[in-house]
Design a protein around this ligand. Sequence first.
Ligand code: HPA
Length: 259
Amino acid sequence: MRGIAIIGGTGLTSLPGLTISEERRVSTPFGETSAALIKGQLNEQPVLFLARHGSGHTILPHKVNYRANIWALKEADAYYILAINAVGAVNPSLKPAQLVIPDQIIDYTSGREMTYFDGSVSPVVQAGGAVPVVHVDFTEPYCPLLRSHLLEAAHKSGIELAGSGTYGVTQGPRLETAAEIRRMAQDGCDMVGMTAMPEAVLARELDCCYASISVIANLAAGLGEGEITMTEIKKYIAQGMGEVCSLLAAVILKIQSDG
Ligand code: HPA
């Protein structure tokens, strides 16, 4: 069985129902992970868990050490990586607290460390230490196999969600302007968040099968009434988290039975 990891985002710094068997800080060639890497069992299935923003939710999206996090999960034998992301809705058909399984990404971030292939710890170092130029295919940024497991698990468990969508990734930590959101809508984004990149591409560079369960936390800037508040964001994430946990349990069973 190939290992399963969960990366918890905003609203999921620990995993309800997880029985912890080991918790250890991990240092990688890229530095330390955001939080201790947890090994445990969810519904009697082995899983790894890592809190993307730290165990106390203190690390801003642009400061997350994405390279260390994905490296540590791969080293701990993760193949399937289930990422939880809080997002704002750009597409008016998406409603707060709803879940989405995105299938595409547009990357608007800048200045983040977004590859393993740029130095001596590259996964493809050749004899003599040379690092060849590598361009990974990213046509489908999310692993189609894991996405289909998620969609089937949701269907079987009666969880209603949006089965596709384009995730626009902004740099943050501020939220967007109304004009930025109008532009993102024109670009084809259905939702906006700050954490899908470079996480998704780093997982691809290490040959992991990575997909996201995104939770709509708010209507994106200019689409709702008044200001977007952290209180509102936290309220809708908390509302969606019950379904996220049910979906995680169901998809882990599905992976175990299908491989
Ligand atoms: N914009 C960016 N990131 C987010 C949002 C948003 O509106 N909501 C939750 N994460």
